[in-house]
Each structure stands twice: as structure tokens, then as C-alpha cells.
Design a protein around this ligand. Structure first.
Ligand code: 5AD
Ligand code: SF4
Ligand code: FES
Length: 360
């Protein structure tokens, strides 16, 4: 007789209740979800994993998200901004090593000096790589004009995690003020799409106060918003943050990891052709975290290109991997890891979201 999980997996449309049931799956049932996810990945996105070389441009941030190690209120952080020449060097490393794309990520700032610095960098990188290097931005909430300026300067994808799609929970995890408005974040996602970006979002998994129902809603939110790409991973506590006080209430790290894997697998099953990242936070909880993510549906990986001297200052959470390895070490490491997972690397390709192309 088929059990509940088989019946759920045989469907094409999933209710919130179905998803909660999948998220609660035990070890035997989990395997069935992973198998289905891997099958879906093979059928709709194939074996190729795409690189996005990550440049953590600056840890200067105007915000105070209660979970984040580089929040403005943390005075223990040494603040930096990577020099222009170093960003260009990192981008050229990506170009020469056929990474296909880079991601420029930073704490959130919206002053003119910052926005123009980014615009100039985009133009230079585009020019030096003859327009061949794809650029994703992950620079937080900005005005529509700034999004336009960056899009016109050559960026074509934008990542902005919603963090949690439940407004009430969002407000427990952020200060409640104008700068941390849930509505504004939602609107920003709409604006990014309007401007023409391929839009990525994501959530953290295993946050204090978060329920399986919340996580099911997160997945349904991605579907409803018809998102092109997702990066999500476990929440990992950081000592210098207000949320650290709930450390004892968190689910154990192994469970958080498994729950995150299930989230990736279920997302692959319900949104077949989107891009899904095997995130670094997965590896912070399990040495094989990223390979395992690839095995259950992820198809994007972000080798770190930030110059080593800055890496220890971009600690959003504890136990972040790759703080001592330089760009070529991370490249070699990931090459081996991807091979172990049975995938191949899409060298020299942008590896855009098929979902974006299929929507047009
Ligand atoms: N644990 C896990 N992820 C975190 N982020 C920020 N702080 C943490 C944490 N403590 C994630 C957020 C943000 C991304 C850049 O890093 O989701 O969007
Ligand atoms: Fe700043 Fe992003 Fe950290 Fe929030 S999560 S404090 S916006 S770097
Ligand atoms: Fe950086 Fe493995 S990816 S050391």
C-alpha cells in the first residue's frame, strides 16, 4: 500500500498541508523526497552546476537585522570596503577561470557614493570582460532609479532574500521601523522584476519562533511570486546578535541541516526549472553540506572570490567556511566536490534561470 508520502509526491500541485507533511518526513520518507527531487533536477535543469564567483564587497551596513553578525549595531566588527582594483582583480579571476558569472554582495547602503561606486564597477567589469561575465547583485533595498541604473550598467540578476515570508515573524526578527519594513521588502522584489532583473529570493531555516507551517508558506510564496532563483540555508546563531539569546530554543544543528535539505528538495519538486543555490551556510553545518544540496536539487554554487584579508570580517554567522582559502583553493575544492556529487560545471556559461527564459 502506498503511504502518504508516495501519494503526495505523485501529485503535481501541493497544498500547504502536503508540504508540511513532506517537511516532517522521517529518514525513510526523506529518501523518497530526495529521489524525486534529483529526478526533477535531471529532467528540467540537467547535470550542470553553474558558478557564481562571490565578491563580498563591503560589510558596512545601515541595517540592524537581529540575526546578522555584521549588523550596524555590532561594534566588534572591523568595517571594510574592498578597493576597486581588488574587485576588478576578482572579477578578472572569474572571467579567466570561466566562471561565467559573479555575484557582488554587500551590507546595505543607499547613499550616492555607494550607488555610484557600484555603477562604475559594473561598467568597468562589463567593459573588461567584453560583456561576457554575467553579474548578479545582492545589495539590498534600493530605489527604483538605483535598480535601473545598475541594470543599465550591466547587472542582470538580483538576489534579495525575503528572509521569512510571514510578516509577523519578520517583525520579530527585525527592528520595527521604516528601515526594516516588511512591505517595503516585498515591494522591492516587485520593483526588481519591473526593472527587468531575473529575481532571486530566499529564507533562513530553523529560526527562533519559526514553524513548519511558516516554512511551507515560504515555499508557497516562492511559487506564488514565480521567482526565478532561490538561495536559502539554515539560520546559524552569531554571538554578537540579539537573537543569540534564543540559542537554547533552536532546533539542533543536525535537524536544522536536514530541514534545510528538505526545503531545497521540495522546492525543486514544486518549481522544477528555477535556479537553486547550494549555500555556504549548508556547509557551515555539515562538511559535505553543499554536495548534499546538489544531490537533492540545487544547481548553483558560489565560490568565494573575496580577497582573503577581508574574509574574517564578513561573518554573518558562526563557523562560516572558506575564511582562509583563496580564490583558486575554493575553485579546486568545489571542482572536486561537484564531481563527487556526480555533476559537471557549466564553465563559461551564464547559466541563467531556465524559469526566467520559459516565462517569456
Ligand atoms: N544565519 C544564516 N544566514 C544569515 N544571514 C544573515 N545572518 C544569518 C545567520 N545568522 C543571511 C541572510 C541574508 C544573507 C546575506 O545572509 O539571509 O540575506
Ligand atoms: Fe545588513 Fe544584510 Fe546583515 Fe541585515 S542581513 S544586517 S541588511 S548585512
Ligand atoms: Fe572554499 Fe572549499 S569552497 S575551501
Amino acid at each position: 500500500m502506498l503511504n502518504n508520502i508516495d501519494q503526495i509526491l505523485a501529485q503535481d500541485n501541493f497544498s500547504k498541508q502536503d508540504i508540511v507533511c513532506l517537511l516532517s518526513a522521517d529518514e525513510t520518507d526523506r529518501r523518497k523526497i530526495y529521489e524525486k527531487a534529483l529526478e526533477t533536477k535531471a529532467k528540467y535543469v540537467g547535470k550542470k552546476v553553474y558558478f557564481r564567483g562571490l565578491i563580498e564587497f563591503s560589510n558596512i551596513c545601515a541595517k540592524n537585522c537581529l540575526y546578522c553578525g555584521i549588523r550596524a549595531g555590532n561594534s566588534n566588527v572591523h568595517r571594510y570596503e574592498v578597493a576597486e582594483s581588488e574587485v576588478i582583480e576578482a572579477a578578472m579571476f572569474a572571467y579567466e577561470n570561466k566562471y561565467g558569472s559573479i555575484v557582488i554582495q554587500s551590507g546595505e547602503r543607499s547613499d550616492k557614493v555607494f550607488t555610484s561606486t557600484i555603477t562604475n564597477l559594473l561598467k568597468k567589469i562589463k567593459e573588461l570582460t567584453k560583456g561576457e561575465l554575467g553579474i548578479t547583485l545582492s545589495l539590498g533595498e534600493q530605489s527604483e532609479n538605483t535598480y535601473k541604473e545598475w541594470f543599465e550598467a550591466g547587472a542582470h540578476r538580483y538576489l534579495m532574500r525575503i528572509e521569512v515570508s510571514n510578516k509577523e515573524l519578520y517583525e520579530k526578527l527585525h527592528p520595527v521601523d521604516e528601515r526594516h519594513s516588511f512591505e517595503k521588502r516585498m515591494e522591492s522584489l516587485e520593483l526588481l522584476r519591473k526593472v527587468g532583473f531575473q529575481v532571486g529570493t530566499g529564507v533562513m531555516i530553523g529560526l527562533p519562533f519559526q514553524t513548519l507551517e511558516d516554512l511551507a508558506d515560504d515555499l508557497l510564496f516562492f511559487k506564488k511570486f514565480d521567482i526565478d532563483m532561490v538561495g536559502m540555508g539554515p539560520f546559524i546563531e552569531h554571538e554578537d546578535t540579539p537573537l543569540y539569546q534564543y540559542k537554547a530554543d533552536l532546533i539542533p544543528k543536525l535537524d536544522r541541516f536536514n530541514l534545510s535539505l528538505k526545503m531545497v528538495a521540495i522546492l525543486r519538486i514544486i518549481m522544477k526549472d528555477i535556479n537553486i543555490a547550494a549555500t555556504t551556510a549548508m556547509q557551515a553545518l555539515d562538511p559535505l553540506g553543499r554536495e548534499k544540496s546538489l544531490k537533492v536539487g540545487a544547481n548553483i554554487i558560489m565560490p568565494n572570490l573575496t580577497p582573503i584579508k577581508y574574509r574574517n570580517d564578513y561573518l554573518l554567522y558562526e563557523d562560516k567556511p572558506c575564511t582562509d582559502e583563496d580564490a583558486s583553493e575554493c575553485r579546486n575544492c568545489l571542482e572536486a566536490r561537484i564531481k563527487i556529487a556526480g555533476d559537471e560545471i557549466g564553465y563559461g556559461e551564464w547559466g541563467d534561470s531556465k524559469h526566467f527564459a520559459n516565462r517569456k
